[in-house]
Design a protein around this ligand. Structure first.
Ligand code: NAD
Length: 314
């Protein structure tokens, strides 16, 4: 990667990814774009442009103007929000993706977009879901992600576009609140533990889901994008995960620092149904074998850092 354009750059992933890429490649070599403005460091530390990903022409023109060689497409509606607005989700998630793939095809540049554990469904193996397995999701978000994986592979086979992707689990970070996903509870639990000493969880006790700490997710994007293409048997998208946990596991770790932390449950059945349709855990073997995927953060290390960051913010 030499010069990169990012869509949806003010979101949970983009805001940290942009800063990290600017540190590595130089501020002027990472063009951040989003449909909205904010006063974040992302906007101030390097080039920033307003871009609605539904405007394919402008996306192409910006990519051309800045002479980028990579497009990282992040703008989308996440699982819980998509379930509330399925039609808007289809339009944005598929329309924006197609515009980004077309930009990559026309300019023959490298392409990355995240998929998700949401690309799996109730008849995917529940434990250690393999890289290649049944994908029959029952959510609009999942349907978008499976279609996105297939389309991205299609652009590789048909047009030779260097498309690559990761199936992210729930991502945990402190800088930007998560944007309407099913696993947002994990971030909220850390924040409320520090601020109020208690949290009411919308996901039921005993519901296992895969998670990963943001620095590991960002490293995984960079490692995959720099990976030797001749080693990649898969492209869109690789299973990646750091841990399979349920709400009580996080609470237990939090209590090592905040012994009276009180966790209650008030289940939101929309999000619970989404969570139950996903595997308890996924298997990252293909990512490890094909491009050396690894993580630095387990639950204990992530909890220590999340609490420290939120304590610093109170
Ligand atoms: P987010 O919701 O935090 O951010 C999305 C960004 O897209 C926002 O800044 C929003 O303003 C922008 N956006 C919305 N509509 C737009 C439009 N029409 N044009 C341009 N920008 C628009 O999302 P995120 O968590 O950063 O996720 C990014 C990608 O990663 C998504 O594809 C998501 O499905 C995937 N993913 C995220 C997670 C996670 O836990 N965060 C897990 C798995 C996959």
């Amino acid at each position: 990667m030499k010069k990169i354009i990012i869509t949806g750059a003010l979101g949970q992933i983009g805001s940290e990814l942009t800063i990290k890429l600017r540190e590595l490649y130089g501020n002027n070599f990472v063009v951040a774009t989003d449909i909205r403005k904010s006063s974040l460091e992302v906007e101030q530390s390097g080039p920033f442009e307003i871009l609605d990903v539904m405007d394919g022409r402008r996306m192409y023109e910006l990519a051309k103007k800045y002479q980028v060689d990579v497009i990282i497409h992040l703008a989308s509606l996440l699982s819980a929000t998509a379930e509330e607005n399925p039609l808007s989700a289809w339009q944005l998630n598929m329309g924006g993706l197609l515009n980004a793939l077309e930009t990559a095809r026309e300019l023959q540049i490298q392409f990355f977009t995240p998929s998700s554990i949401g690309a799996f469904g109730p008849n995917t193996p529940k434990r250690k879901a393999p890289q290649d397995t049944i994908q029959r999701p029952t959510t609009m978000y999942g349907i978008n992600k499976v279609a996105g994986e297939l389309l991205s592979d299609y652009y590789f086979y048909k047009y030779g576009v260097d498309t690559r992707g990761l199936r992210f689990p729930g991502l945990i970070s402190y800088l930007i609140p998560p944007g309407g996903g099913t696993t947002d509870y994990a971030v909220e639990m850390y924040e409320q533990a520090v601020k109020k000493g208690k949290y009411t969880c919308y996901i039921a006790k005993g519901t296992y889901l895969d998670m990963m700490y943001m620095p590991d997710a960002i490293q995984a994007i960079m490692d995959l994008m720099e990976a030797d293409p001749s080693k990649l048997k898969h492209r869109n998208s690789f299973n990646v995960s750091a841990m399979s946990i349920e709400p009580e596991d996080i609470a237990k770790e939090i209590r090592r620092y905040i012994p009276n932390f009180d966790l209650k449950y008030e289940v939101d059945y929309t999000r619970q149904r989404i969570a139950e349709s996903w595997p308890d855990s996924i298997d990252s073997l293909a990512a490890r074998e094909e491009w050396g995927f690894q993580t630095k953060y387990d639950l204990a290390k992530m909890t220590r850092e999340m609490l420290r960051k939120f304590e610093g913010a109170v």
